[in-house]
Design a protein around this ligand. Structure first.
Ligand SMILES: Cc1cc2nc3c(=O)[nH]c(=O)nc-3n(C[C@H](O)[C@H](O)[C@H](O)COP(=O)(O)O)c2cc1C
Length: 318
């Protein structure tokens, strides 16, 4: 059974972005669910072996904290035996096992994983069956609508198979794999998916403001919304969405608040092994839309360590 979610707004899995520090920050700001960055099933199996020898667990590899719960771990990869092993390894640590069938990156689709699977009906069915049989925790799915313009309605068939195999929730990002991030997410597809399926549906794509979140819920009837790019450097969005859905208004945050929020993020990174390059990119996101942001970001690019970065961000306070 799915856990209870405290909010209808979820943080999207984002490789290099939804690290344990940002996830915790979004959780504290009211995200109903946070999802790890996608993780290769082969790496999980390989790391587990290595860690076991040192009496450590997979938590050394996929870092998280208890405060993030309910926490979903996202897997990708389609080798059924490895998938089964990986799912069993992560199951004790996470509340939900999410499966990635949306990633458009060529290094993923070439391994018959991510979005490429949408056109592999038989394999997809075997993947769902393997996962659902391997674990007792709920298994959920994240998909794009199809692979190309000509196959943009593949989500209909995949959702039906998923439901028959016991998948408990689907997130739909209604763009095709070949679309990448161009054009707009077609929210009509989320509405259609909600109408044809009996499980909770998470609508995803192009939510930037609390108003967008409400519009998606009102127009599509989706149960939850998931936010990716809109939450980058902007954990406030979850509180704003929750307030807006409840009261029709929300608190605005200033640039100073965003800088403070970056320092909160930075503080949290101390607890994890997050690459400096990723922290730097996060810093840039916290300066998005700010007067003088371009200049600030070029300084951030050239920072070589945390101390330099901290100094630059400190000097950004007006
Ligand atoms: C930098 C980045 C990394 C992403 N990594 C993942 C990932 O690991 N797993 C996944 O399912 N989707 C991933 N996505 C897709 C997002 O989860 C989301 O579906 C997509 O960005 C659309 O939502 P948005 O318009 O709110 O950003 C990623 C997106 C971005 C921008």
């Amino acid at each position: 059974m799915l856990p209870k979610f405290s909010s209808r707004a979820f943080l999207a899995p984002m490789a290099g972005v939804s690290d344990p520090a940002l996830r915790l920050q979004c959780k504290k700001m009211g995200a109903g669910l946070v999802v790890t960055e996608f993780t290769n099933i082969h790496s999980i199996v390989a790391k587990e072996k290595q860690f076991k020898e040192n009496m450590k667990t997979i938590q050394e590899f996929i870092e998280f904290s208890e405060q993030e719960r309910p926490l979903s771990v996202q897997l990708f990869g389609s080798d059924l035996l490895v998938l089964e092993k990986a799912a069993k390894i992560v199951e004790p640590f996470f509340d939900i096992i999410d499966y990635n069938m949306g990633c458009p990156a060529p290094h993923v689709t070439r391994q018959m994983a991510g979005g490429a699977l949408l056109q592999e009906v038989n394999l997809t069915q075997q993947i769902f069956q393997t996962l659902v049989n391997a674990v007792k925790k709920p298994v959920t799915l994240k998909i794009r609508s199809g692979v190309t313009e000509a196959s943009k309605f593949l989500f209909r068939e995949i959702a039906e198979i998923a439901e028959n195999e016991g998948i408990q929730m689907i997130t739909l990002h209604p763009r095709t794999v070949s679309q990448g991030y161009s054009g707009n997410a077609d929210w009509n597809m989320i509405k259609e998916l909600k109408e044809i399926s009996n499980m909770p549906i998470v609508g995803n794509g192009d939510i930037i403001t609390p108003e967008d979140a409400k519009t998606m819920i009102d127009e599509t009837g989706c149960d939850y919304v998931m936010i990716g790019r809109g939450a980058m450097g902007n954990p406030f969005l979850f509180e704003q969405i929750n307030d807006y859905l409840k009261t029709g208004s929300y608190k605005e945050y200033s640039f100073t608040d965003r800088l403070d929020s970056f320092f909160d993020y930075l503080h949290l990174t101390n607890n994890y092994k997050i690459k400096f390059a990723n922290i730097k990119t996060q810093a840039m996101r916290f300066t998005k839309g700010v007067h003088g942001g371009t200049k600030l970001r070029s300084k951030i690019t050239f920072s070589k360590n945390i101390e330099e970065l901290e100094k630059i961000m400190n000097n950004a306070y007006i």
